[in-house]
Design a protein around this ligand. Structure first.
Ligand code: OGA
Ligand code: MN
Length: 211
């Protein structure tokens, strides 16, 4: 494995930590090197073509169900050791986890993450990432994998911030959006082309009601 070779941008890790402390969200337009972003995009497309991605569901435990009127993406959860590129991404995200714990005392224990593939027209209606019955998710992080994204192609992540202010993130390759999972309602707008990402959550220890 070449996970150790991933160049980690310590400045952007520090900016994320500072942004989260100050306002609860952060956007880093150039978080990963282009080559790694391209490799991750190819990996996502390969898995989609192989039929490994499944319709995403909504809710937890017995209430979990697929509802395309709420979200229309297809996903596959990451496991370490499946691919060099995925392991490099997980390695970078673990550095972010350590930085958040060191500076903000968040007590984050792990990071769960999945590829997400939104075909044209798919969306994810306004929601909050922390489940009512499972509050382990503390910080959400979405890495976009789309080369040459144009604003008129849609697909923005729209975050609803304080005082009726919203902020749109373009899902452009290499960009990372980070926010406090319990504090920032958000939605994914429909796009006119495929929209690829790696979406993940830093979690603290808790009692999983649905192990
Ligand atoms: C999610 C989500 C945002 C995005 O998967 O919970 O809100 O921009 N994703 O893909
Ligand atoms: Mn979400």
């Amino acid at each position: 494995m070449h996970a150790m070779q991933t160049p980690i941008d310590h400045l952007s890790l520090q900016r994320i930590v500072d942004d989260l402390a100050a306002r609860g969200w952060s956007q880093q337009d150039i978080f990963l090197p282009d080559a790694l972003t391209r490799d991750l995009a190819a990996e996502c497309r390969r898995r989609a073509a192989a039929g490994d991605l499944e319709p995403a569901s909504v809710g937890r435990g017995p209430a979990q169900e697929v509802r395309e009127g709420i979200r229309g993406d297809r996903i596959q959860w990451l496991e370490p050791g499946q691919s060099v590129f995925c392991d490099q991404y997980l390695n970078v995200m673990d550095s972010l986890r350590v930085a958040l714990n060191r500076d903000l005392f968040m007590g984050l224990e792990d990071f769960e993450s999945h590829f997400a593939f939104y075909p044209p027209g798919a969306f994810y209606k306004r929601h909050v990432d922390r489940f009512r019955d499972d509050d382990r998710r503390m910080v959400s992080a979405v890495l976009y994998l789309n080369a040459d994204w144009l604003p008129e192609q849609g697909g923005q992540l729209r975050m609803y911030l304080k005082d009726d202010v919203s902020h749109d993130v373009q899902p452009a390759g290499g960009c990372l959006a980070v926010f406090l999972s319990g504090d920032v309602p958000h939605e994914v707008l429909p796009a006119s082309r495929d929209r690829l990402s790696l979406t993940g959550w830093f979690r603290r220890r808790g009692n999983d009601p649905f192990p």
